[in-house]
Design a protein around this ligand. Structure first.
Ligand code: ATP
Ligand code: MG
Length: 408
């Protein structure tokens, strides 16, 4: 990070959080984590400073050209509710002159940003109470200049266009556009979990939803083929890379062969139970890996009734003895809602690339109503736990960052 002086009047990014402000005793820790994650997201950018002022961070660039790009990156930092790019004007001893300049800035911004707005309002907040005008009076003075210039009426209820004014000790910020932040809690404050990542649309969205709740995900992917060299895992790497853009840390993916299950199941497990028993193999293997990696929960992209293996009886039969919580953040969403999220996250195009998933090669007509006892019996018969052990010992760990695979 460079420390060149900030050009006067250079735009400032103000980044607001809200939920974490509520977190009582943990507040300091949450704020520190959020700031660290912001700095990670902005690594390599010409950031001059990032200061915490009244439930917001003010980020200044040494090169104003980078402002939009940095704001875009901060839009993927969990814990930030919204962002704006603000014009700044330094305060002087002469309040009247300051107000006159503020009115000019507001007129300029209205000219630039108001578009087809039919009405407007000015919203002022003073973090420096020493300023001689109170907030409503200052709003009125600024609004008067805009009204005079453009003839726009003031609407305090649901205005088309809002000019925000923020009076700080040494400067005044003015902005007109709020950009939606990622929301949620800062990455990493809620602990680790293990996500079962397939090549489809759902599981990356499920991972993102838990990241949004402050969790740090590790991933496990089951691939068709005997060993990693036979597997076509480029798509999985690209999915993880897309998710890494929302992550403060590189992501770890455990690549696990399906082969240990298949050699045991073939010729023994009937077609109708194969898919459900295979799911049990995945979950039991994930459970073992989660304990190894000190993860507190498993995550899947299941949504009730979406496909035959996801009926309630099957979900029950697959994991009666799993001792970690299995989180299913998409359980009540339909495919359209999930697809919308996938696009917003930026992984949809990758998710729909063709991929030979190990589920797609199983029988298309699985049992809808598998019984836990039947799966238990089949598990014994094929020694499913031996398959789990073999799968874990032959698994390969890879690390993925925003630029793709990171070689250890
Ligand atoms: P799709 O968008 O095709 O539905 P999906 O990821 O939901 O993709 P499903 O067949 O519906 O795939 O599987 C349900 C869940 O089981 C997935 O969300 C994922 O958590 C887990 N899963 C399925 N296949 C794999 C796999 N090959 N490796 C790891 N987890 C998997
Ligand atoms: Mg699915």
């Amino acid at each position: 990070m460079s420390h060149k002086p900030v050009a006067p009047g250079a735009p400032v990014i103000s980044a607001h959080y809200s939920e974490i402000a509520l977190k009582g005793k943990n507040r300091g820790m949450f704020q520190r984590k959020l700031r660290d994650n912001m700095m990670t997201a902005m690594a390599g950018e010409p950031v001059a400073s990032c200061n915490h002022i009244e439930s917001r961070f003010l980020v200044r660039m040494s090169d104003p050209e980078a402002t939009e790009r940095v704001a875009d990156k901060l839009g993927r930092v969990f814990g930030l509710q919204w962002l704006s790019i603000s014009e700044t004007m330094p305060r002087t001893e002469d309040h009247d002159a300051d107000i006159a300049r503020l009115r000019e800035v507001a007129v300029t911004l209205t000219h630039r940003d108001a578009g087809a707005a039919k009405n407007f309002m000015v919203k002022t907040r003073r973090s420096d109470r020493g300023f001689p005008l109170d907030s409503p009076t200052l709003s009125a003075r600024v609004g008067e200049a805009v009204h005079k210039q453009f003839g726009l009426p003031v609407h305090l209820k649901d205005p088309d266009f809002i000019i925000h004014v923020l009076v700080l000790k040494e400067e005044i910020l003015v902005f007109t556009r709020k950009m939606r932040g990622a929301g949620g809690l800062p990455f990493g404050v809620s602990g680790k979990l293990l996500v079962l990542l397939s090549g489809g649309i759902d599981s990356p969205v499920a991972a993102w939803m838990m990241m949004k709740r402050g969790c740090r995900p590790h991933f496990i992917h089951f691939y068709a083929g005997r060993n990693i060299h036979e597997a076509d895992i480029g798509k999985i790497e690209r999915l993880a890379q897309g998710l890494a853009r929302w992550s403060a840390k590189p992501l770890t993916v455990h690549m696990v062969p399906v082969y240990p299950y298949e050699v045991r199941a073939v010729g023994v497990v009937d077609d109708s139970h194969d898919m459900v028993l295979f799911r049990r193999f995945m979950v039991k293997t994930a459970e073992r890996m989660a304990y190894r990696r000190k993860c507190h929960a498993l995550v899947t992209g299941d949504s009730v009734g979406q496909v035959a293996s996801q009926t309630l009886p099957n979900l029950r039969a697959i994991s009666p003895d799993v001792t970690l919580p299995i989180l299913r953040p998409l359980v009540g969403l339909d495919k359209i809602e999930i697809t919308d999220l996938s696009r917003r996250i930026g992984v949809f195009e990758t998710s729909i690339e063709p991929y030979r998933d190990c589920c797609s090669i199983r029988s298309p007509k699985p049992e809808l109503n598998a019984r836990p006892e039947t799966l238990e019996m089949l598990s014994e018969k094929i020694d499913l736990m031996a398959a789990v052990t073999e799968a874990i010992t032959t698994s390969v760990k890879i690390k993925i960052g925003v630029n793709g695979r990171i070689e250890d």
